[in-house]
Design a protein around this ligand. Structure first.
Ligand code: NAI
Length: 475
């Protein structure tokens, strides 16, 4: 006998679990299905973000950052350490503990909000009276009927042709977060978000890291000035980033991975590494849905095709997050999840794509919201720019972390903030102020007139806003 729900959410990543909670808050009966299992075979809701993405990578980034601080920077404070050691097993155990806390937290939130959770794979079996019939299998075995379905099945790492991930030598984000020793030589293909974050983790712990990037430009999506500063800083730290390369044959033996490539000068090169991270983007995960059987439309790149409001081509079937167009970011998925739940309730859920922040958790951190300077130039928009370096910020000096700057771009006539770009300490936290400002359509002068606590890094945001009007006070 099938169980009926108002809303059935497929996938419990940030898009799915948040949609399920919001739908339950709005009074719907809600089921959420997720197949991810932990090493004991139990449910591990939270998707890529919680299990092999945002959360575990930040746990390891923190451990590696502490190690590097102790190794290289404590001495500046007059702190000497003898016999500094590293226990990668403990790094990984701590990371896994944090992941488990997050998995359990989601299960707790489901209980609290009366969302019924099923551990298994969900697939469409057809349209029936009252909605859509969904089959749940392995390990659960259930038949559900949902009046509304929200697809939030996320994405999977894209492999290079003829080089499947074995997660031992050829690693996706998954394997790269589970290494039990520091590789002597680590190769990374793709200088995107994953390659830079994970390359940084293992470099700090002592790996010799070479990053091979196909594009001639570093971090093409970021503001050019930010990308330039970040590249300078990463190179100084010892990351070997090679741009404009064309990878060729890749051979693996039991101990080595050898990558043949043509460098930007057109010369043939060969790189031999112990481990290779392949981080060349991700592909939408629609495999288990049985989408063809019900006529769910995918776009030419395999994403579930949706309109601006996340409707698919099927009535009352919605899709959110990485499995649909737009940036593959956990917070974008969450916003879409909330908006869809509210639309189902007849409300006017809205996602403002212009104010979705981007963050790259390297050191220095990189964060931005809105338009880059190169995009404004290309669009012929007249703008003013103001920058402030962390070098001139008292708190950054006290922290011992003065790399980078904050840059604000504002409309030349109205002074409306069009983009905010940061590279430097705590940029991931500070970008929130810029998002609020842009969401409220603030002028640069509005930010400049707000009282910022002293001494804080956020004063650099205020000073950058002052710089838009050429009147910084501390630079
Ligand atoms: P990405 O799209 O950020 O970067 C992939 C890079 O690989 C690009 O620079 C591309 O030019 C390069 N590339 C592609 N094919 C190549 C080849 N054959 N040889 C050399 N280079 C090649 O993808 P990434 O890093 O895999 O991340 C996937 C998704 O996950 C992204 O959309 C990202 O936004 C998201 N993500 C976000 C995080 C965050 O917000 N902090 C953290 C991790 C992932």
């Amino acid at each position: 006998m099938a169980k009926n729900f108002d809303v059935v959410v497929i996938g419990a990543g940030p898009g799915g679990y948040i949609a399920a909670i919001r739908a339950a808050q709005l009074g719907f009966s809600v089921a959420c299905i997720d197949a991810w299992s932990n090493d004991k075979g139990g449910p591990a809701p939270g998707g890529t973000c919680t299990n092999v993405g945002c959360i575990p990578s930040k746990a390891l980034l923190q451990s590696s950052e502490h190690y590097e601080q102790a190794e290289k920077h404590f001495v500046d404070h007059g702190i000497g350490i003898k016999g500094l050691s590293m226990d990668i097993g403990q790094f990984i155990a701590r990371k896994e503990h944090i992941v488990k806390q997050n998995n359990d937290g989601i299960l707790f939130l489901f209980k609290k909000n009366k969302v019924t959770f099923f551990h298994g794979t969900a697939s469409f079996s057809g349209q029936v009276e009252g909605g859509w019939s969904i089959k749940v299998s392995e390990p659960a075995s259930e038949d559900l009927i949902g009046k509304h379905i929200i697809i939030a099945t996320g994405s999977a790492p894209r492999a290079l042709p003829n080089l499947p991930f074995d997660e031992k030598q050829v690693l996706s984000n998954d394997g790269a977060l589970a290494l039990t020793s520091v590789p002597k030589k680590l190769g990374v293909i793709g200088a995107g978000v994953i390659g830079l974050e994970l390359g940084s983790v293992w470099r700090r712990l002592g790996a010799e890291v070479t990053v091979l990037e196909a594009m001639p430009q570093f971090l093409a999506a970021a503001d050019e000035q930010v990308a330039k500063e970040a590249l300078k800083s990463f190179t100084k730290q010892g990351l070997d980033i090679q741009l404009g390369v064309k990878t060729g044959e890749i051979k693996t033996t039991s101990k080595t991975v050898t990558v043949k490539y043509t460098d930007s000068k057109g010369e043939e090169q060969s790189l031999a590494v112990d481990k290779l991270i392949v981080s060349i983007g991700r592909v939408p995960a629609t495999g288990g849905l049985n989408a063809e059987a019900v006529g769910l439309k995918l776009d030419e790149r395999g994403f579930v095709a949706v309109d601006d409001e996340c409707h698919t081509n099927l009535p009352n079937v919605w899709a959110v997050g990485d499995v649909v167009r737009g940036p593959m970011l956990a917070h974008k998925a969450e916003e879409e999840g909330v908006a869809v739940a509210e639309r189902i309730a007849g409300q006017h859920g809205h996602v403002n794509f212009n104010t979705v922040p981007w963050v790259i958790y390297t050191s220095p951190e990189i964060a931005w919201v809105g338009q880059t300077e190169q995009a404004l130039k290309a669009a012929g928009r007249e703008y003013k720019a103001g920058s402030f370096p962390f070098m001139a910020n008292g708190r950054a000096r006290a922290l011992g972390d003065t790399t980078g700057f904050v840059k604000i771009l504002a409309d030349a006539k109205t002074d409306e903030v069009l983009g905010v770009h940061m590279v430097g300490p705590q940029a991931s936290e500070m970008i929130a102020e810029a998002v609020v400002a842009m969401e409220f359509r603030a002028a640069a002068e509005d930010i400049a007139r707000i009282c910022h606590a002293h001494p804080t890094l956020s004063e650099a945001v205020k000073e950058a806003a002052l710089a838009v009007d050429k009147r910084t006070l501390n630079f």
